[in-house]
Design a protein around this ligand. Structure first.
Ligand code: HPA
Ligand code: ZN
Length: 341
């Protein structure tokens, strides 16, 4: 397949994004604009010098910069603008459903109210649904480098907004902060009706994926790259059809893998794992959904069927109703059937 052809095919696929940190979609241009209007100095004097700093050897080096960038977000309008910019961008790539993370503690720890954060995000998501036809779910993610007590306080703060939040997740510095640290708060979150996911096996070992399943009782694993180290774990993922939300460009940029050709998604598909592709923090890792599909498909020489499988898997792995899933999967299949390759 010619690469221009591949790009066009990928562009046209109706896509679902299930692993996206809204703070990680904060493009430098918007960051400077919001920093200016809030009178907050940035440590970089230009967009170019900021972009030059986006070179990471591991997850922590990225997180250090990501939390600094988020500090300019103060008002409801800032969170609205951030979310709206993401939605209009992915709309141009034919993303029709999103399940996005936000990190309340990144903001509440700086004195920004939970209500300010969620009002801005929610209003943009609703506008996206009305005007762009993008359906959505919202996932509140606990920061795992902080204490479980802090996560409990976040859970408490979320309760007045329970109807707007579909699930909870677990992100930030993985190694040394295993899922077991958050067992109680995940149980309490589940009792409030939240669905559960967790980042596991990005930098951490496969035992963290077991813990996320057995102790936190998550329904989906974010990343999960390391599952291939453990055959029994692969079998468990297959038996229970546990989805993995993979983020290939993120994995390359954070040196989880050395090069895209090493990405485990092809092996996962061959084993029948419900593997899916997403963008994680696209403003930092050089690409949104289409680029993630494209770079992966190109490096691993994925077949059209495998690309279609990835797109179908994302709807399968989503929290849409069975009827909505069926409708989207039919659209994906019709799209591929209509292609003359
Ligand atoms: N991993 C863990 N935490 C994160 C990430 C990630 O890729 N992005 C934003 N928070
Ligand atoms: Zn992530």
């Amino acid at each position: 397949m010619k690469s221009s052809n591949l790009k066009e095919i990928i562009q046209g696929i109706p896509k679902a994004e299930l692993h996206l940190h809204i703070e990680g979609s904060f493009e430098p241009e918007l960051m400077f604009e919001i920093a200016n209007r809030n009178n907050i100095p940035l440590a970089y004097d230009s967009i170019e010098s900021l972009k030059k700093a986006y070179k990471f050897n591991n997850l922590q080096e990225f997180l250090d910069i990501y939390y600094i960038g988020a500090q300019v977000l103060i008002n409801e309008q800032d969170f609205f603008d951030l979310t709206w910019a993401y939605l209009t961008k992915v709309h141009s790539e034919n993303v029709v459903h999103v399940e996005i993370f936000f990190d309340p503690q990144t903001h509440t720890d700086r004195g920004v109210g939970f209500d300010v954060v969620i009002n801005g995000i929610y209003k943009a998501l609703e506008k996206g649904k009305q005007e762009l036809g993008i359906s959505y779910k919202l996932i509140m993610s606990y920061l795992r480098h902080l204490s479980e007590d802090s996560a409990f306080k976040t859970l408490e703060a979320s309760l007045p907004f329970k109807n707007w939040i579909d699930g909870v997740g677990l992100d930030s510095s993985e190694v040394g902060n295993p899922p077991s640290k958050f067992e109680k708060v995940f149980k309490a979150s589940s009792e409030q009706g939240y669905k559960l996911v967790a980042h596991a096996g990005e930098e951490g070992p496969s035992s963290y994926i077991w813990e996320a399943l057995d102790l936190l009782k998550v329904v989906r694993i974010d990343h999960g790259n390391r599952c291939l180290d453990d055959e029994a774990l692969v079998q468990r993922l297959l038996d229970e059809k546990i989805p993995l939300t993979l983020c290939p460009l993120s994995n390359v940029e954070l040196k989880v893998i050395q090069k895209m050709e090493d990405h485990p998604v092809l092996k996962m598909l061959e084993k029948g794992i419900l593997a899916t592709i997403h963008s994680d923090d696209p403003a930092y890792f050089g690409g949104y959904m289409s680029e993630n599909y494209y770079e992966t498909a190109k490096a691993l020489n994925l077949s059209t069927e495998q690309i279609m499988q990835l797109a179908i898997n994302a709807f399968e792995a989503s929290w849409l109703s069975d009827d909505e899933k069926k409708k989207h999967i039919k659209t994906v299949k019709n799209y591929f059937n209509s292609l003359v390759i």
